[in-house]
Design a protein around this ligand. Structure first.
Ligand code: G3P
Ligand code: CA
Length: 275
């Protein structure tokens, strides 16, 4: 049976509500859920002892009071650090006004390193459907271990093998076609998103890597190549755009009928959408 779904643009909280709380912390994700985000975006990396943690950069220097590469640290090392640093806010600040942001953690967990397992627990306890867009970071370095651990963890939550891509509350994103290929080999029904920073000549006609149905272009691609977005839609792909923070970019995405807006400001985007 074919399901016809009414088009509704999803609002996805990028690293949580990362303009209101430090990125990738439980506090940022709680805020995004409270704000009404449809989905949460997170980056995952492997620690030296094989845990998947939600950290964007290769090193912890920008987002914590520690130093060093995630891959060289054990979970216990990361757990001793403070990820509630103000530096994350400064990183995203591009406007001129004085900072008006002050993060007041409610408990120790709000400033701790976040494991993917804890994020999955948060989503499971959300009390409503909240989707999760998980990005594998630098998967080539680990020769399949990131995807292996990811599938293992998703299985524990009963999320590894959805009946269909349409019904899955989890999707896997990557700039690496190889990483997405590994995910599809492990679970053909788990949706995958091919992230793009530029349009490669071999994909200009709207094709995506084999088996991928969702394109993840940057907002810069959308601004500079709207016809490419129309092409992706015309050939039947979904389009999930990152990172969309400015009102005019939200309007541009809506005008092009994109399927998901990935933003650091889920509350503002929801308001723009009249939700
Ligand atoms: O949602 C995709 C986007 O997060 C990719 O860029 O560097 O923020 O992980 P980055
Ligand atoms: Ca990301």
């Amino acid at each position: 049976m074919t399901h016809v779904r009414q088009h509704r643009t999803q609002v996805v909280a990028h690293r949580g509500a990362s303009e209101e709380a430090p990125e990738h912390t439980l506090a940022a994700y709680r805020k995004a859920i409270e704000d009404g985000a449809d989905a949460l975006e997170c980056d995952v990396r492997l620690t030296a002892d094989g845990h998947l943690v939600c950290v964007h950069d290769r090193r912890v220097n920008r987002t914590s009071n520690g130093r060093g590469a995630v891959s060289a640290l054990e979970l216990a090392d990361l757990a001793a650090l403070d990820f509630g640093s103000r530096r994350t806010r400064d990183f995203w600040r591009t406007r001129d006004e004085e900072p008006d942001w002050e993060f007041r953690p409610e408990d120790r967990e709000d400033t701790s390193v976040l494991t993917l397992q804890r994020l999955l627990e948060l989503v499971a306890d959300a009390g409503r459907r909240v989707e999760l867009a998980i990005e594998t970071k630098h998967p080539t370095r680990w020769a399949g271990q990131v995807e292996e651990r990811l599938m293992h963890l998703l299985k524990r939550f009963g999320l590894d093998a959805p009946d269909s891509a349409e019904e899955s509350p989890v999707r896997i994103m990557s700039f690496s076609a190889r990483s997405l290929h590994r995910v599809r080999a492990a679970s053909p029904t788990l949706p995958t998103v091919y992230l793009m920073q530029f349009v490669s000549p071999r994909l200009r006609d709207g094709r995506l890597p084999a088996g991928v149905r969702i394109a993840g272009p940057s907002i810069r691609i959308v601004r500079n190549h709207p016809a490419y977005i129309e092409r992706l839609k015309a050939v039947g792909h979904q389009v999930h755009v990152w990172t969309v923070n400015e009102p005019e970019d939200v309007d541009l995405c809506l005008g092009l009928g994109v399927d998901a807006i990935i933003t650091n400001r889920p509350a503002a985007v929801l308001q723009r959408l009249g939700r």
